[in-house]
Design a binder for this molecule. Structure first.
Ligand code: A3P
Length: 305
C-alpha cells in the first residue's frame, strides 16, 4: 500500500508486492504484522472518529462525506491535503516512512482515523473509550470486483492473479484483511454493543442525501440544506474522480498505477455482472447463505431503476 503521506521520501525500488502473514488467522500485510504490537497498543482518544471498512467498500467516499460535514461544507478546508493525510490509516506501516500509528499520534484531536481491520483485531482502546465508528459495507460481488482491480493497480498489494484466482481467494478469505463475510458480519454484530453507524454503499448510491443526513446526525453535527446539497455535489462519483485530493492521483505510479486501473474506477452497483460467470455468482451465493446464516444482515447486488 505504501505509506501514503511521505511518498516523496519513498524509493521506487522499495515498492514491492507484499507477502501476507496471518495474525489470529487473518491474512494481513507483512508490514502490518511487523508493527503489530504498536498497532494493538494504539491509544485511541475518546473524541476519535473511526472509519472502518472492508477494502473497496467505499472508504474514500465516506471519508470525504465526513470531512465535508465536519468542516461545514467548506470545500477549501477539505482540500487542505490528500485524503490519506487528513485521516491516518492506522493499519499501514511500510518500511522507511512513518507508520499510520505514528501519523495518528502526531495529529491533534479531534481525529478521524481509518482502518480495514476485522472487528476482533481492532485495538482495544477504541472499545475502552467508546469511540464513535462509521462502518461502510458493500455487496460482496461488487466489492470483490473492485478489490481485484485495486490489487492489480496497487503495486504494494499481493499479486491478485487473474480474476478466477482472485475470486477463489476472496471466497475463502485468503486475501489481505481476510474474509469479506466474516468482516461484514463481525462489525454488524458489534453494532449491538457499541456506537457504530453501519452504512451500505448501495444505500449511499441510491439516496446520498438521506445517508449524509444519517452521518451528520450520528456525529451530532448541524447540517443545513445548503451544506447538505453542497456535500452531495462534492461527493458525487464524477466530482470525486476529478478531485486530486481524493482520487489518489497524488501518489506516484510506481505505487498506484492508475493506467492499469483508476482508483475511481466505476463507482456503480452491479458492475459485477461484467465479471462473474453464472457459476461464480451461484458459488458466491451458496457461501453467502452459509456464512451469513442466522444474521439479519442483508445486501443488495443491484438497485431498482
Ligand atoms: P469501483 O472500483 O467499483 O469503482 P475504497 O475507497 O474503499 O477503496 O473504495 C473504492 C471504491 O469506491 C471504487 O469502486 C470507487 O470507484 C468507489 N467510489 C469512490 N468514491 C465514490 C463515489 N463518490 N461514488 C461512488 N463510488 C465511489
Amino acid at each position: 500500500m505504501g505509506n501514503e503521506s511521505r511518498l516523496a521520501d519513498l524509493d521506487p525500488k522499495s515498492i514491492t508486492r507484499e507477502k501476507l502473514v496471518e495474525t489470529e488467522g487473518i491474512p494481513l500485510l507483512e508490514s502490518t504484522v511487523k508493527n503489530w504490537d504498536s498497532l494493538w497498543g494504539f491509544k485511541a482518544r475518546p473524541d476519535d472518529l473511526l472509519i472502518s471498512t472492508y477494502p473497496k467498500a467505499g472508504t474514500t467516499w465516506i471519508q470525504e462525506i465526513v470531512d465535508m460535514i465536519q468542516h461545514g461544507g467548506d470545500r477549501q478546508k477539505c482540500a487542505r491535503g490528500p485524503i490519506y493525510q487528513r485521516h491516518p490509516f492506522i493499519d499501514l506501516s511500510p518500511p522507511n516512512v512513518p507508520t499510520g500509528v505514528e501519523e495518528a499520534e502526531a495529529m491533534p484531536s479531534p481525529r478521524t482515523l481509518k482502518t480495514h481491520l476485522p472487528v476482533q483485531l481492532l485495538p482495544p482502546s477504541f472499545w475502552e473509550h467508546n469511540c464513535k465508528i462509521i462502518y461502510v459495507a458493500r455487496n460482496p460481488k461488487d466489492n470483490a470486483v473492485s478489490y481485484f482491480h485495486f490489487c492489480r493497480m496497487n503495486q504494494g498489494m499481493p499479486e491478485p492473479g487473474n480474476w478466477d484466482q482472485f475470486l477463489e481467494d476472496f471466497l475463502v478469505g485468503k486475501i489481505t484483511w481476510g474474509s469479506w463475510f466474516d468482516h461484514v458480519r463481525g462489525w454488524w454484530e458489534a453494532k449491538k454493543r457499541h456506537p457504530i453507524l453501519y452504512l451500505f454503499f448501495e444505500d449511499m448510491k441510491e439516496d446520498p442525501a438521506r445517508e449524509i443526513r444519517k452521518v451528520a446526525q450520528f456525529l451530532g453535527l448541524q447540517l443545513s440544506d445548503v451544506v447538505l446539497n453542497r456535500t452531495v455535489e462534492h461527493t458525487k462519483f464524477e466530482t470525486m474522480k476529478a478531485n486530486a485530493m481524493v482520487n489518489y492521483s497524488t501518489l506516484p505510479a510506481f505505487l498506484m498505477d492508475q493506467a492499469v486501473s483508476p482508483f475511481m474506477r466505476k463507482g456503480t452497483v452491479g458492475d459485477w455482472k461484467e465479471h462473474f460467470t453464472v457459476a461464480q455468482s451461484e458459488r458466491l451465493d451458496d457461501i453467502y447463505i452459509q456464512k451469513l446464516q442466522g444474521s439479519d444482515l442483508t445486501f443488495r447486488t443491484q438497485l431498482e431503476t
